[in-house]
Write a protein that binds this ligand. Structure first.
Ligand code: FAD
Length: 452
């Protein structure tokens, strides 16, 4: 039996894009997808960054037939309804078509696709993995689990938000997106490219358990309470699925990575599940490429694991702050379970000119330490700046390598002296822009009070 370089289980956005990147990097990749495509899937509203991300991969055609955003009727903080203008970059897609286009692009990039082909639980064998199929077996050196929420490789997870269920149904309809709230739920609804309108109510599982005898009635009640979903038919079929945010405890090892929803799931409030799945697929491709080509797994695994941690923590903080902005039902258990104030306000901007004579130092909470980061298609270790307010360690700001600049901070120079020293490394305008960014983030501190 031939041993492939990589076996990817799952042909959703994460699996297809990870497989495509690895094939373009010259690896021999096989992808297993259990269902024939196109197949229906929830997660149709793509965040505004997705089109640009697809452009960088030459995959913009996956958005053919998408529906541009229609604006949003938003009733979140209180009972006032506001109409937000559409973001021209945001779209809804038919996930059947979108996922099919990405899988087709992976095939065109050289990925060998087996579909429909359900992978059994993979087994570690000498030199890699064996993946049982209904008819035969696939062998590969490296495994990518892109099996979605249910993870083909198993393993434990940690919740990063309260347990949540989604109740959803679709009916013929058009018009702006709607986002509303009730004491026991928040509800999202949007028009889809196929002329349907889908609405989802997000609730505590306990509520569904108590209404298990009549879930459609509960669904309609939750939509009615928001006051935003008039003129809809009595929908016969309401689906229920898990929408809890969690992360896998073992997202990467020296011979496997989990990508997309197999690695982590986000609270649907962020509407960025597909975007995050694509980003994780690209990070996983760099991780796998590093391990397969250099054999050095330490930095690669740390890079992938740290990225997963940072993404889930950042989203959990953001969603809690967003739930916190809701006022009307803030004392209800559904809301108290989810809301938390934002951890800190950003410091006020610091102008350079009036402060040039003041001594400057690195914030005592900041540190420059060796950190694994992607350089081209490989993970390498670089000196990067860390600080509690940074969502990720920073090695470069707009192509400027930070560590050599920060080395000039020994002896507490004045801001003017620091900028002079930096001008040996980069043009004056960029030195000033870098100093402004560091001061505004609270990474550089002025140590004496300003003169009157
Ligand atoms: C209720 C809800 C609403 C959401 N709304 C949004 C939204 O509006 N916007 C957004 O961006 N995201 C949204 N998401 C998240 C979004 O759906 C996911 O982030 C995205 O689908 C993840 O892609 P993936 O490739 O990781 O997994 P999936 O798209 O789930 O793909 C996994 C694939 O693996 C295949 N597979 C699984 N097991 C096997 C096996 N053993 N063998 C072979 N194949 C297998 C499956 O058939 C499937 O095709 C939502 C999620 C939920 C639950």
């Amino acid at each position: 039996m031939t041993t492939r370089d990589v076996c990817v289980i799952g042909g959703g956005p994460a699996g297809s894009v990870c497989a495509l990147r690895l094939a373009r990097l010259g690896h021999d990749v096989v992808l297993l997808e259990r269902r024939p495509f196109p197949r229906p899937h929830v997660g149709e509203a793509l965040s505004p960054d997705v089109p640009a991300l697809l452009d960088t991969l030459g995959l913009r055609h996956a958005l053919d037939g998408c529906l541009p955003a229609q604006g949003t009727f938003l009733r979140w903080e209180d009972a006032t309804t506001r109409l937000l203008p559409p973001d021209p970059r945001a779209v809804t897609v038919d996930r059947g078509r979108f996922d099919h286009a990405l899988l087709t692009a992976a095939r065109a990039a050289g990925v060998s696709i087996r579909q429909p082909s359900r992978a059994g639980r993979p087994r570690r064998v000498p030199g890699g993995w064996e993946v049982p199929l209904p008819h035969g077996t696939v062998k590969a050196r490296f495994l990518v689990d892109a099996g979605g929420r249910h993870r083909a490789t198993g393993g434990t997870t940690t919740d990063t938000g309260p347990r949540t269920l989604a109740l959803h149904a679709a009916w013929p309809g058009t018009g702006p997106t709607r986002i509303g709230t009730g004491p026991q739920a928040w509800v999202w609804g949007a028009a889809l490219p196929n002329g349907a309108f889908r609405a989802m109510a997000f609730v505590d599982p306990d509520l569904v358990r108590r209404h298990a005898f009549d879930v459609p009635r509960l669904y309609h009640h939750l939509l009615d309470v928001t006051g935003l979903f008039e003129h809809r038919p009595a929908t016969p079929r309401v689906a229920v699925c898990d929408a809890t945010a969690h992360r896998a405890d073992d997202p990467a090892t020296e011979d496997h990575v989990k990508v997309g929803e197999a690695a982590f799931t986000l609270d649907p409030l962020t509407s960025s599940g597909v975007s995050s799945a694509l980003h994780s697929a690209l990070a996983a491709a760099v991780t796998a490429n590093t391990i397969l080509t250099t054999g050095d797994h330490r930095a690669a695994v740390a890079f992938y694991r740290d990225g997963q941690r940072r993404t889930t923590t950042r989203h959990a903080t953001w969603t809690a702050a967003h739930y916190h902005r809701h006022d009307r039902y803030r004392d209800q258990p559904f809301w108290t379970r989810r809301a938390a104030p934002p951890p800190h306000d950003p410091p006020p901007p610091v102008p350079l000119t009036p402060n040039l004579h003041r001594p400057v130092r690195l914030s005592p909470e900041a540190a420059v330490r060796p950190t694994p980061c992607p350089v081209g298609d490989l993970v390498t270790t670089r000196r990067a700046l860390t600080h509690p307010t940074l969502t990720t360690p920073v090695a470069h700001v707009a192509d400027v390598e930070l560590a050599p600049l920060l080395d000039h901070l020994t002896g507490t120079p004045t801001l003017a002296a620091l900028l002079r020293a930096w001008s040996a490394h980069l043009p004056a305008g960029r030195a000033e822009a870098t100093a402004t960014w560091l001061l505004d983030q609270g990474l550089l501190e002025l140590t004496q009070p300003p003169t009157a």
